[in-house]
Design a binder for this molecule. Structure first.
Ligand SMILES: [Zn+2]
Length: 386
């Protein structure tokens, strides 16, 4: 692909910059002087340039349910494109606790989509298996079907990883289960990032999980008991582990502002926004009939609740950029954008170049220039405008 240049306002420094892109990567970032005037004497409305969003946890979007039986390659391709339009350039399709054969078929469909489609290959960085080795109790189990919750089984991970052609990159598990710590070690050896979630672990189990190599907390503060002892409890224990990143659902409904604020202040560059969105995200507001949970209502604000019970959430229906918007009002735009882009990249890529850096993938979101930008003008995936 030929060399391309993109001029815009750097999302963090707020200074004009020119990015040179070549063969899908950023090759140079040059700071410019004052923005040149356009012919009519007005300043050109340069877009704000930000790194593409990175979604670590998403189950469905715009009518496509990644967890539905019979997931097809075509659905995954459509899913990638739908998500790209929202500024997400990398994602980890997330499969929850379910029939092991269904999980096998779904990971195989996702792996095939990566092989057959350049857009999906660029966007899907790996599969997130959320379960089935989680706590079976009501509360921590969340909406995961009890019938398929099971004890850690390393041979099952091997089997799924084979079906997935090595694409499984994140495993969420409960560390207190017998065999969990050994499974964490094994996954780390396989290059899988292990996350603590849907758990009722005590302090020692969380410590042991981190020592074995767990590096993330899955939607911290959700998938929990309604009532917890004031201390110790598994939320404090995970906050206290400095090596753990924490993902959080920033839609404005799953966690109160004070909790998001505290989680951010504790985790800082290890704080990650996820949408954890399901099928109804991205759809028109209205009433829907979910095959899994019954009648639900999606409000214009993006809240999904059970019909007739506006206080009972029926999952997340906000996209990642909606979470960034909500979080921007709490901690400011740049930090909120980083929670949805740089921070998850840092967890998954370590020291490799990322963000608006030479050497990083040319995955960019061009936003309308505003104080707190949130409207997408254009998305660039591996150097190509889409
Ligand atoms: Zn969950």
């Amino acid at each position: 692909m030929e060399n391309t240049k993109i001029t815009g306002i750097h999302y963090a420094s707020r200074k004009p910059v020119r990015l040179e892109l070549d063969r899908g990567r950023i090759t140079a970032v040059e700071e410019l002087g004052p923005v040149p005037l356009a012919g009519d004497g007005k300043s050109e409305q340069l877009p704000v340039v930000a790194p593409g969003l990175v979604e670590l946890q998403i189950n469905g979007y715009k009518g496509i349910d990644l967890n539905a039986p019979g997931l097809s390659v075509e659905q995954v391709l459509q899913f990638s494109r739908n998500l790209l339009a929202t500024g997400v350039c990398s994602y980890y399709p997330t499969l929850i606790t379910g029939d092991p054969d269904k999980i096998s078929a779904s990971v195989a469909a996702i792996a095939r989509a990566r092989q057959e489609d350049a857009v999906s290959a660029a966007m899907i960085k790996g599969i997130h298996l959320e379960g089935p080795f989680i706590c079976g109790e009501d509360g921590p189990r969340g909406a995961h079907p009890k019938a398929w919750v099971r004890k850690p089984d390393p041979s099952l991970v091997d089997h799924w990883q084979e079906e997935a052609k090595g694409d499984i990159q994140i495993l969420t598990l409960a560390p207190e289960l017998p065999g969990s710590i050994d499974l964490i070690r094994k996954c780390v050896d396989m290059g899988i990032t292990v996350s603590i979630g849907h758990t009722s672990a005590d302090t020692d189990s969380i410590r042991a999980a981190v020592e074995a190599g767990a590096r993330l907390s899955t939607h911290l503060g959700n998938g929990c008991h309604g009532m917890l002892p004031r201390h110790p409890n598994y939320i404090w224990d995970q906050l206290a582990e400095t090596e753990l990143y924490a993902s959080m659902i920033g839609d404005g409904y799953h966690l109160p502002v004070s909790v998001l604020k505290v989680f951010y202040q504790v985790k800082q560059q290890k704080a990650i926004l996820i949408s954890d969105a399901m099928t109804y995200a991205g759809m028109e507001p209205g009433a829907y009939e979910s095959p899994a949970i019954g009648k639900v209502v999606l409000t214009p604000e993006g809240k999904l609740h059970m019909a007739g019970r506006p206080k009972t959430l029926a999952g997340s229906a906000s996209s990642l950029i909606m979470g960034v918007r909500h979080m921007s009002r709490i901690i400011g735009f740049t930090k909120a954008w980083d929670m949805g882009s740089l921070n998850p990249s840092r967890l998954m890529m370590g020291e490799k170049p990322m963000g608006l850096q030479a050497g990083a993938a040319a995955d960019l979101v061009l936003l309308e220039p505003e104080k707190s930008p949130s409207k997408i003008r254009e998305v660039v995936l591996e150097g190509k405008r889409v």
